[in-house]
Design a binder for this molecule. Sequence first.
Ligand code: SAH
Length: 390
Amino acid sequence: MTALDLSLPAASAADAAPQAKSLIGLTREGLRAALIESGLVDEKKARMRADQLWRWIYHYGVTDFADMTDVGKELRGRLAERFTLARPELADKQVSNDGTVKFLIRFAPGVEAESVFIPDVGKAGALCVSSQVGCTLNCTFCHTGTQALVRNLTAEEIVAQVMVARDHLEEWPTSNENRRLTNIVFMGMGEPLYNLDQVDNAIAVIADGDGLSISRRRITVSTAGVVPKIPELGERTSAMLAISLHATNDDLRNELVPLNKKYPIAELFAAIRAYPGLGNARRVTFEYVMLKGVNDSEAEAKALVQLLKGVPAKINLIPFNPWPDSPYECSDWDTIEAFAEVLNRGGYASPIRTPRGRDILAACGQLRSESKKLRASERRKAEQDAANPG
Ligand code: SAH
């Protein structure tokens, strides 16, 4: 290649004006650092300014610096030149006939993930957020598992999912009464414990009482069982723990959740029992997907009761949600009820999760985006195409 090839894409990209950075999703520390780095706020005042902006961003949900009425007009103008309060692009929004809403969010060209708002869960409603685009785990019954990992989401991108949902619900400023969005579950795409640093930062923003103010007791992180990260999750985030169990013996679990080969059931339960703060008011949620003829026998229900002995637990029985070409069927309703009955007699609350949002592929395990991991050259091209449409 000649050194004088001026048609190289990199040259035109370098000439373009630097894009204004969105402040959405930053932690307090990140916000302070961004203000200092911009040179608009001197270091001594940075904490005060960051706290001021924080409230506007996360309590009031403003999308325009002009609305920040206690910030001087000149500074507001300069902030608006350097930064934005833009949310990531909402590529699609679908509303199920049961009120479930699925958001497809485009974080960057070709990097899309879904989040799902489910009304009438928890005190009022839960938002199911994604922590990765795609997944590495390949659980055989999960649609997301058929999509290769594209990348981890950043804390900003995780928080942005909450901001988008709150925009949709028009729940600004943050209120303490009559909220529709009260709970956050990390049960969307990806394995949160493979992205713990970002999940931890996102939880710090979401739980902050001066902002989105969703308390850590109402934030649940679900894992397929990344055992070495489980204690860390508890110590760093104080979030509620959920475990995608789905089988009571290693042979079957190896098949359904291949991660089990690395961290078998005995090791998983040792980590669960040691999770900080467990008690009757803070139980572990076990998710158990009901697969016809695979894991739904009465003997397995009894084995589950044995396995959970001494663990403060509740069990969510999830009727299998089919997806295109999925290799399983959902257990019959009678079978699911009989399974639940054994658990109830064993002393465990085991609500059967009514499938929500199935008609729009928004139910557990149905999430998948078209995003693929691109080579660097393909990614640059996609970014350029997005910057210069048409
Ligand atoms: N990787 C984490 C977070 C994803 S949670 C984890 O595995 O816990 C998504 C939940 O939906 C998990 O409990 C998963 O086992 C369940 N799930 C996946 N596919 C499903 C399907 N087709 N039907 C019902 N539930 C499913």
